[in-house]
Design a protein around this ligand. Sequence first.
Ligand SMILES: [Zn+2]
Length: 231
Amino acid sequence: MLHTDFHTHTTFCDGKSTPREMVEAAYRMGMTDLGVSGHADFSMFEPGFGMDDEKLRQYTEELQELREEYRGKMNLYIGIELDGLGPVQKAEYAIGSTHALIKDGGYVCVDDTEEKLVKAVETLWHGDWYAFAREYFEAEAQIYDRTKCDFIGHFDLLTKFNEGYKHFDETKDAYLEPAITAMHKLAALGIPFEINTGAMSRSSVKRAVCLRRTYPHQLRQPQCRHDRIWV
Ligand SMILES: [Zn+2]
């Protein structure tokens, strides 16, 4: 089985390790392939966040050097994580993700802090989490059109702060219907989905299982890896 990870971050964006540390760690773990997917430039919404073109150039250069160093030991791929609201910068592969929405002219990040998200849903969606979820999935449905990504990152990122379904019930039609509509649209384009279980410390594993149960007809047999399940 291919032992790999294609959704990783480094100190070039919000990761904690340098590219070299990531590559060394992946190699030690026995990975055959590693994809690094730094966040694209998002400074228009969050000053300083993501890689502008110059940073992307340095990132690419550093990873190319590491690729040469590891040639024959581990394959290294130079990717980028694009957001539907941000610029479409180029790399060897692209992840398409929805991290934020524009609502009534305002910017709402869905995975920053729970406090901020709760406040945004209260003020901008009048406390209606299902209305918020509908808009999230409407944006998500556009992610390929906007980014021409190779696969979809964390399709249900909006559930990040919803452990125990404390804000909305992920089994309700009001949540599932727009999610399935978005999934159908993206699946029809043949785009693979990543089920991101990076937040293993909480309920992500259950969530991944739940998602499989919820949409079995859309999902192919997943491949499990050290921290993520791919479909
Ligand atoms: Zn992301």
